[in-house]
Write a protein that binds this ligand. Sequence first.
Ligand code: ZN
Length: 412
Amino acid sequence: MKKLFKMQVKLFVAIVAILLLVQVPITYAANLSELKGQKSEIEKQKNELNSEIKAKSSEISTIESKLKELVAQIEALSAKITSTNAEITTVNAEIEDANNKIIALEEEIAILQEKIEQRDLLLQDRARAIQENGTVDYLDVLLGANSFVDFIDRFSAVNTLIEADRQIMREQQDDQNQLEEQKLVLENTRKELEDKKAELQRLKESLDSQKAEKDRYINELEAEQEKLKNEKQLLEEEYSEALILDKELDQKIKAETQRMLEELRKQNAGNLPNTSDGTFMKPTNGRLTSPWGWRNLGFGAEFHYGIDLANSTGTPIVASAGGIVTYAAPLSTYGNCIIITHSVNGQIFTTVYAHLSTIQVSKGQSVSKGEQIGLMGSTGRSTGPHLHFEIHTGPWNGQKAGNVNPLRYISL
Ligand SMILES: [Zn+2]
């Protein structure tokens, strides 16, 4: 693709050079160069867009990984919150249990309290009865004795009764004390549970606020992410548009290039530039060492289709008249050879320059009369540095049908 592009550029440069030299209207070239300018502008835009898109992508993936990290943190926090909630529920149940137990104890205590109070009242009544010599039970019991033994019996019975009452009251008091102790223990437990619950509540609040903060951060990041994605999408749309423009330009450039090639072909076909004075000039400085016509160099008679002009290697060779280079490469016994096609007063001529050391023009190039095209040498079938120069009427052909004596057109 790149290579093709380079070739196109080379071709384009060559075409522009030719068009400028043969002085055709340069609108095509101007057109093409404008298109090329637009194309390089689009390429630049595309590259810029591309790097912007890449930058956005990397920002997006950075945020993406931040979001992943945050989501993981939030999940961990949520799990902690769930387990803290469960603990709080457990502690609440324990507190409720303690409360229920405390209420039950309080009920038991109240019942005992009442019993003790009743017994106490009973005992007080009995004691008062005894002390006040009242007529109540005990005294009646004692006084009702019909003998001393009976009295003793009755006395100890009364004592036993009172003692029994007291014993019951003491036991009830012990029970009440025990219950009070249990209640105290339970109240302590409840207090501890309440503390634990408060601590858990604080932990939960801290976790909730951490989670809320992370949620806010996630929202911010997601908004940023959304913004970046939108920006990236816009850039990608711009890039697509640039791509379409680029393709359109490629097609326009291709069409314009073909138009120029067509123009050139027409130029070559019949509209070659005229030389200024209609004549050919001597193509190099050198003395005539071999004229045109039959000669014998020791290998038998042969026809010499041109003239030989000898000088030192590197002597400049110029175009004998203005025209288009139709060949510029080694050619069999000619060595390095240039062939130029001319249109002189509407007639086609061809000139040949052989044995060059260096070729300085290329095929398709337009040259003007006297323009340097190469350097003298001794390549091909040659025994020393010289220019072999031919003139043909009509286009170049292998039969050399239009070959003429160059001295008919140039003077030495
Ligand atoms: Zn020759």
